[in-house]
Design a protein around this ligand. Structure first.
Ligand SMILES: [Zn+2]
Length: 232
């Protein structure tokens, strides 16, 4: 297959490099490739799936990067086997994301993964209009978690998907009602029990208790109201 470099690709590569901090990981989802920015002009390949398409993508990417003066380095053992089935691929991708999340740090060096995730709750940031494939527009809500570093007090926003990776399902599937209570989505098993006991609260796009906004990923869930002091 022929491959021609153009200015758009170079611009894309420059933007990509300038957007990465030193030490940052770049691993596009599903690409089978993981890179780490070592310095302003060096990118290190740390992992590569052993698959012809992946090897070719890496070769193209290397060509583009070298065209803008970036040195491409490589760890000694970068190749890993391609997954045998979709389930294995999914597990591999999740594990891969968790590995990356373990490397996230605050400016002071403290690891995000070790921060008290249960103390941070989702907050609504903004509404944005997005263009759908059929030409219509839709409004999507942007949510985030406001983190405060316990070591240096720096505040920063964490994307909900990133929070999910670090905090796990249970903490991800809840929001704060007030200072004392949280709305916790049930697992399938808990829903079966709740159906027998006739308990629980159905949550739509507004909180059935306060009428306030509900994080989008909790719309249409069946929940418990949990008092914060009842836990553990
Ligand atoms: Zn910090």
């Amino acid at each position: 297959m022929s491959f021609e470099m153009n200015d758009d690709m170079k611009k894309w590569a420059k933007d990509l490099m300038s957007g990465l901090g030193i030490g940052a990981i770049w691993a596009p989802e599903g690409s089978g490739l993981t890179y780490k920015k070592m310095s302003d002009d060096t990118l290190l390949l740390t992992k590569m799936m052993n698959h012809p398409d992946v090897l070719e993508n890496h070769a193209r990417f290397t060509t583009i990067m070298m065209a803008i003066g970036i040195n491409m380095a490589e760890n000694e053992e970068v190749l890993f086997d391609a997954p045998a089935n979709p389930e294995e691929a999914y597990m591999l991708e999740q594990q891969h994301k968790i590995d990356i999340a373990h490397g996230w740090k605050c400016e002071c060096g403290s690891k995000l993964i070790e921060m008290p995730h249960e103390t941070f709750t989702p907050r609504f940031l903004s509404s944005e209009e997005v263009l759908l494939e059929n030409g219509d527009t839709d409004v999507v809500e942007i949510w985030g978690y406001l983190y405060e570093c316990p070591d240096c007090d720096k505040a920063f926003n964490v994307d909900p998907d990133d929070y999910h990776l670090m905090a796990g399902d249970k903490l991800f599937m809840r929001y704060k009602i007030d200072d004392k209570r949280v709305m916790q989505a049930m697992t399938r098993r808990e829903m079966i029990q709740a159906a027998k006991d006739q308990t629980g609260v159905l949550v739509g796009d507004a909180c059935p208790i306060t009428g306030g906004k509900v994080p989008t990923w909790l719309w249409g869930t069946y929940c418990f109201v949990v008092n914060s002091d009842e836990e553990e």
